[in-house]
Structures are given as structure tokens and as C-alpha cells.
Design a protein. Sequence first.
Length: 137
Amino acid sequence: MGRILNTIGVTSLLALAGLPGTGFAADPVPVVTQGKAASNVDNTEINNRDKNAANKTPEDQFNTQEDRQVLAAVRRSVVADKSLSVLAHNVKIMVNAGAVTLRGPVKTADEKVRVEKIAQAVKGVTSINNSLDVKTN
């Protein structure tokens, strides 16, 4: 009996995967490129950008106590601003000797500027590399 139910569940799931508008890879979604709005979310460009060793990712985060403290303070400040979208609350933040790098999508150009200003106001931040992407859809 359990095997039959399991088969029915898998079959139902597979049938749903073929429906339009399900959020699966076959659905067209908007692309977000650094600092530019786009209409199709194919993250290939962003993934290739992130693979470049010159571009920092959260895995490159330095582990000094000072950098961790600045990172935590920037994150708290960004999340505390309830006017920002969930996307903005979840941007990637990296800190190296006080230099903050911001990466990821935000809803608007105004939000991109707002996140940068919030980070700049945090004690211990020496510079900002704002690589946030503006998402249009």
C-alpha cells in the first residue's frame, strides 16, 4: 500500500512539473545583471561573474574579529530598516579591513543607494564597493 501511495505522489509531482507557471527552470524569469535591469532571469552571467577570482563572494570573507564585528553591524543596520525589501535585507555583505562589498539583487535603484548609505554609516566601514543588482520584475 505504501509503495502505491509513494508512486502516486511521485507521479503527481512529475505531472505538476510540466505545468506552465510552476516556477521550474523551463519558466521564463527575469535576468539581473550588475547595476542594470533586465527582463529574463538567467543567472548565467551573474554566476560566471561570481566564478571570477577577482570578484569577492561570502566565501572570501576575512575572519578577523574586527571584520566580523563590522559585518554583523552592517547586517543589523540593513535588516533594521523596515522600508527595505526582503531582497535588500538578504544582500551579500563581505568585509575586508573595513572595506565593505555589497552584492545581490535589490528591488529599485533607490534601494541600492539606501543600502549603501546604511552600510557607510556603520562605525568601522572605510569604503564601499556597491555591486548590488537592480531587479526589475
